[in-house]
Design a protein around this ligand. Structure first.
Ligand code: HPA
Length: 245
């Protein structure tokens, strides 16, 4: 059994039902992680929780120290990461309030430190990233949702934008033509760094809004927060069955 980490995104700065055992500030060669690592028991299972945007939620997506976060989790002995992320829905079945388990990624970010293989190399290293998410963990999340009786969208191409602004309608149309089903700001380089360091990684995306231009209405933080709050009960049920499986 490998230690599981949950990385909490917008709407999940702390994990309800986590009995905290200890908190640890981990120093890494890349600087400080977004927050301390919170070690505890979640429904009788050991896990580590990390708040991706800090606690309180104050680090914008393009300023997250993804390398420090993933390095710190590796140091802590984590073998599996379930990343929770708020996203916008592009495909018609990506309805706000629902959860999706994406299977692919397209990266539109720029200027983010995105690799561990940069300096002090003996050899140039190119990791395989054909299937960015762990098949084992995706299956485990989908089974957990099924057992919990929660209907989730079982695939999706996650397009990762730079943020922190939301997209234009034309950007979303382009992403849709590219094949994106969901849009978020934090999936990359997080997933790639996990692959580079050898941690299995999957994502539970909570759909917070229809992506730009998909409805006539302006996207507001109030709407995003309300949909995330509505999705949280389902999310915590999925997480519970996930850690217990
Ligand atoms: N775009 C990008 N990231 C997001 C969105 C969105 O519409 N909603 C929540 N995170």
């Amino acid at each position: 059994m490998t230690l599981i980490a949950i990385i909490g995104g917008t709407g999940l700065t702390r994990l309800p039902d986590l009995t905290i055992v200890r908190r640890e500030r981990v120093a890494t060669p890349y600087g400080d992680p977004s927050s301390e690592l919170v070690f505890g028991q979640f429904h009788q299972q050991d896990l580590v929780f990390l708040a991706r945007h800090g606690n309180p939620h104050a680090i914008p997506p393009h300023k997250i120290n993804f390398r420090a976060n993933i390095w710190a989790l590796k140091e802590a002995g984590v073998g599996s990461i379930l990343a929770v992320a708020a996203v916008g829905g592009i495909r018609a079945d990506m309805v706000p309030g629902k959860i999706a388990v994406p299977h692919q990624i397209i990266d539109y970010t720029y200027g983010r430190p995105h690799t561990f293989f940069e300096t002090d190399l003996e050899l140039v290293t190119h990791v395989d990233f054909t299937h960015p998410y762990s098949a084992r963990l995706r299956k485990k999340v989908l089974t957990a949702a099924h057992v919990a009786g929660i209907s989730v969208v079982d695939d999706g191409v996650y397009g990762c934008t730079q943020g922190p602004r939301l997209e234009t309608a034309a950007e979303i149309s382009r992403m849709e033509r590219d094949g994106c089903d969901l849009v978020g700001m934090t999936g990359m380089p997080e997933a790639a760094l996990a692959r580079e360091i050898g941690i299995d990684y999957a994502c539970c995306a909570v759909i917070a809004n229809w992506a730009a231009g998909k409805t006539a209405a302006e996207i507001t933080m109030t709407e995003i927060e309300a949909n995330l709050a509505a999705g949280m009960a389902d999310l915590t049920a999925v997480l519970r069955h996930f850690v217990q499986a």
